[in-house]
Design a protein around this ligand. Structure first.
Ligand SMILES: [Zn+2]
Length: 170
């Protein structure tokens, strides 16, 4: 869980990236702000370190980097009790676990980097700062409500290349 209380425009900016889908499973709806690099591991407590995540991936990943998370997942999935300790086992040995984690890492790094570029795009970031409110949401309901209300405006702004400004004189 992102501990810092982020402003609504940051919530919406991150949650609507990647078409509103979790950056890790690329399947479920994103409802959480996830620190890609946990602050405890040196990650900055700022939006540049945030990615949209579903509740399930967010909780499973916990305070780890995506790479640590999947290395341990791959290790526990590969090390069945019967084969535990067999370093050289073709299917359940250390290298097999590593190769599996590495294959997944390639995919997730592509996703994470693509979404990080989308979030840090100055035009997109500027649009969220200029057009959406800066107040800090008090609860989940406010975030969900703002998301539903803002979605059409965000979609329209995205389609126009983030050039719409509410303060712009026509
Ligand atoms: Zn997910």
């Amino acid at each position: 869980m992102a501990q810092k209380r982020f402003a609504m425009n940051i919530w919406l900016m991150v949650l609507t990236a990647n078409e509103g889908i979790c950056v890790y499973c690329d399947r479920a709806e994103a409802t959480e702000l996830d620190y890609v690099i946990p602050p405890a591991m040196g990650g900055v407590e700022w939006w540049t370190n945030l990615a949209p995540a579903c509740i399930s991936c967010h909780q499973a990943k916990s305070a780890r980097t995506p790479l640590d998370w999947h290395m341990s997942r791959s290790m526990s999935a590969s090390w069945f009790p019967a084969q535990r300790g067999d370093i050289l086992h073709e299917r359940y040995g250390l290298r097999a676990a590593y190769e599996e984690a590495r294959a997944w890492a390639e995919i997730v790094l592509d996703n994470v980097e693509r979404v990080a570029r989308e979030i840090s795009d100055p035009k997109r970031h500027g649009w969220f700062a200029d057009n959406l409110s800066w107040w800090v949401p008090r609860n989940r309901l406010e975030i969900q409500w703002s998301l539903v209300c803002s979605r059409p405006r965000i979609a329209k702004a995205k389609a126009s290349g983030w050039t719409l400004h509410s303060t712009q004189i026509q």
